[in-house]
Ligand binder design. Structure first.
Ligand code: GTP
Ligand code: MG
Length: 333
């Protein structure tokens, strides 16, 4: 680790605090900023004011080194930072059109939809796509896959990679899978992700699903706000991590029908407003016979539109891929 990133290079952080922080997964100055003063005071037991001072100092240090942007920046600087935004192409014409080129870094993309609508298949496909070179629509980086439902399937990665002409073994090696057993563990995984993201040049973080565990653990109305707070914390951490490390984040979310909606689609994303307000992009997946519909919902700069896609051996695909293939073989006959 570079000396300037060491926790004990900050005033007021001695060996005892350093130990407490690293026990909580905060290993360097970058981690301090990602976690924020509330967490820092919680894990170290120091008062909020002292924690705020340390986090502020950490922030200043990073700004001085040019590693993060200042609190007050000119529009030019924001523009420059946005130029660093990478996009991971989806490998399909239809979804690339929906995403205006692909899934962006420095942002959270929430994919919500009913059971079997293709959320996990989309995530698995993106795990392969991100590894392609920039010229080929990827970011030449690895994946951190937080699997909360035990639905990560390496065999699917192998078949998607093969279909895209990539070496399946290499592709598998670049995916770090973290199986989360409960919601606290899921949050912990993300809190400790910093060094892994750097070591493995992670360019995509997947949380599949982001809210499922919270939902099953916090049943009943009494715990609703508690649940909401914890989901909130996880999702914010995900956004901050994506911004800090310039990676893309995809969170999947189940849906439930709300009987109190009489007009429009009675489907609401679980986790409610918290997830909706934090995600930069929200995409709704819906089954429609064998095909699937993806709709961009309240994005800051995408038009609200729908496209049709399918799921095949090769992951998510354009709807006419199969018909095209059939046609080709007929033509050659
Ligand atoms: P939940 O996690 O249950 O909410 O659903 P999900 O939205 O994650 O669904 P998922 O992405 O797992 O989609 C499952 C569907 O993808 C299956 O019902 C199949 O239709 C399709 N699928 C999965 N694998 C393959 C495959 O190898 N070939 C083809 N053609 N389709 C597949
Ligand atoms: Mg799934």
């Amino acid at each position: 680790m570079v000396d300037e990133m060491r926790l004990d290079s900050l005033d007021g952080v001695g060996p005892v605090t350093t130990k407490k922080l690293s026990d909580a997964g905060i290993h360097n100055i970058m981690d301090l900023i990602v976690r924020g003063p509330v967490d820092v005071s919680e894990v170290t037991g120091m008062d909020r004011e002292a924690a705020e001072k340390i986090v502020t100092k950490a922030r200043q240090t990073m700004v001085e080194q040019g590693l993060i942007t200042k609190d007050f920046v000119t529009a030019t600087e924001i523009y420059k930072r946005r130029l660093d935004i990478g996009k991971i192409a989806t490998g399909t014409e239809c979804l690339d059109m929906l995403f205006d080129g692909g899934v962006e870094t420095q942002a959270l993309t929430e994919v919500y939809g009913e059971f079997g609508s293709g959320k996990t298949q989309f995530c698995l496909t993106m795990c392969v796509n991100v590894q392609k070179s920039k010229e080929e629509g990827g970011l030449g980086g690895g994946v951190l896959y937080i699997d909360t439902e035990n639905t990560f399937r390496p065999e699917r990665i192998v078949s998607i990679a093969k279909a895209k002409g990539l070496d399946p073994e290499k592709v598998l090696d670049n995916i770090i899978v973290a199986r989360a057993y409960n919601s606290a563990h899921q949050t912990l995984i993300l809190e400790e992700a910093g060094p892994i993201i750097e070591q493995h040049n992670i360019k995509l973080i997947v949380a599949d699903s982001a809210v499922g565990l919270f939902r099953s653990e916090y049943l009943g109305r009494g715990t609703l706000s508690d649940r909401q707070q914890r989901i909130n914390r996880f999702v914010h951490l995900l956004v901050r991590t994506a911004e800090t490390y310039n990676c893309a984040a995809i969170a999947t979310n189940q849906v439930m029908a709300s009987p109190d909606v009489f007009f429009g689609d009675p489907i609401r994303a679980i986790g409610g407003n918290v997830v909706a307000h934090t995600s930069t992009y929200r995409v709704y997946f819906k089954k429609s016979g064998k095909k699937r519909i993806a709709r961009m919902v309240d994005s800051p700069h995408h038009p609200e539109q729908e496209v049709i896609f399918t799921v095949t051996e090769a992951g998510v695909a354009d709807p006419d891929d199969e018909t095209k293939k059939k046609k080709k073989s007929e033509d050659s006959e």
